[in-house]
Design a protein around this ligand. Structure first.
Ligand SMILES: Cc1ncc(COP(=O)(O)O)c(C=O)c1O
Length: 389
């Protein structure tokens, strides 16, 4: 039966996604397979999630093992996988504590609430949060309010109050925007959705200094750029600053839904009992998968191989336009205003290579960190054919 007869307008799911006419039934390593057994090279990774490839055996094993032992309790009780994951994340980062939830948007909601609670706990009325142009922090109301993109926000007004937007490349504007009313500055160190853009160091330094001057928190959203995606375990490690709070999700669970908000010692305590929560947050199966995924993602050899592959890809992608990004988080602003959506569609339908478009002429590649130069060559050959000459 044709996919259009099963899905399309006949689908029982809400219509909030413009899906492609492909249905995947299986994944293994860098590949996805449809019901006919056709193989697709996944250079998008479920939007930055399957960084270790599909159905990594060690992650599958962890999920199987944990799901035979304990699937859910609630946050009224301690469970070993959540504590183990919190320790692994805090041992490897600036943070002293982790809060677990189920997605990137939820992690950002927690960070927004932490920042306001921190100010509140300090007896301050500061409630404003400074965000950057072209930011993307998620679709829930708080995270959406921190996402200054007209098309995403307009249908959902009124938004949460208190977000102030500054250009993403202007250090002086950042300094001027932070005032005694500011409780936080929220930044993706490498922006991913409106193109791929690494925030300049001087903007990050200005944000850090301005936060310190008024006692506000610097929050890094590393939901997409973290966990090895942009060339180091955490993106902040390549910048001249250390944040107070960091949010993670996407690759953290090796494909299972999990988000985390990590906070430094001086502010982690702002979320007191009863201030915030999530029924499924810290789920034992998700945390068991994440423990294994994080261990693999933190491997220095994987990091350096992924970095090399990033350079290899970036160099060759530059034949098609200007390349932006870091590590394996790459955007290509195509020459001559070529329609990126059409290129993505040709890549998928004619060449069975998965990428996406983040702007009218901007392509984005988020290959798995385990991809090889041979995989990259397959994608590059397909791209050369998909781009109209
Ligand atoms: C930087 C960033 N923050 C937050 C989110 C939202 O994450 P989620 O879709 O898991 O809620 C995304 C998703 O693309 C993202 O790229």
């Amino acid at each position: 039966m044709a996919l259009s007869e099963i899905y399309g307008e006949a689908s029982a799911q809400t219509g909030n996604y413009a899906r492609y006419g492909v249905e995947f039934v299986r994944g293994s390593g860098v590949h996805l397979y449809d019901a006919e057994g056709n193989e697709y090279l996944d250079f998008l990774c479920g939007l930055g999630v399957t960084s270790l490839g599909h159905c990594h055996p060690a992650i599958v094993e962890a999920i199987e093992r944990q799901s035979r032992e304990l699937i859910h309790t609630s946050n009224l009780f301690w469970t070993p996988p959540a504590e183990q994951l919190a320790r692994a994340l805090t041992d490897r980062s600036f943070a002293s504590n982790a809060f677990f939830c189920n997605s990137g948007a939820e992690a950002n909601e927690a960070a927004i609430k932490l920042a306001r609670a921190y100010a509140h706990g300090n007896g301050s009325n500061a409630r404003e949060i400074v965000v950057l142009e072209r930011a993307f922090h998620g679709r829930t109301m708080g995270a959406l309010s921190a996402t200054p993109q007209e098309d995403k926000q307009a249908p959902f007004t009124p938004l949460v109050h208190g977000f102030k937007t500054v250009p993403n490349d202007d250090a002086a504007a950042m300094t001027a925007a932070v005032t005694p009313h500011t409780c936080a500055v929220l930044i993706e160190p490498v922006q991913g959705e409106g193109g791929v853009f690494a925030i300049p160091d001087d903007v990050l330094i200005a944000a850090r200094e301005a936060c310190d001057a008024v006692g506000a928190l610097l929050i890094f959203d590393e939901v997409q750029c973290g966990l090895g995606r942009s060339g180091s375990l955490f993106a902040y490690e390549q910048t001249p600053v250390v944040p107070d709070v960091m949010t993670l999700a996407k690759a953290l669970g090796g494909g299972l839904p999990i988000g985390a908000m990590l906070a430094a010692e001086h502010c982690a305590g702002a979320l007191q009992p009863g201030y915030h929560g999530s029924t499924f947050g810290g789920n034992p199966v998700a945390c068991a998968a994440a423990c294994v995924a994080f261990d693999l993602l933190a491997d220095a050899e994987l990091q350096s191989e992924a970095n090399e592959l990033g350079k290899y890809l970036a160099e060759r992608l530059s034949a098609h336009g200007s390349v932006q990004g870091r590590g394996l988080m790459l955007g290509v602003e195509l020459d001559q205003e070529i329609d990126a959506k059409q290129v993505v569609s040709d890549l998928l339908n004619e060449h069975r290579v998965i990428a996406n478009a983040t702007g009218p002429s901007t392509l984005r590649f988020l290959p798995p960190l385990i991809a090889t130069t041979e995989d990259a060559d397959v994608a590059l050959t397909a791209l050369a054919q998909a781009i109209p000459s």
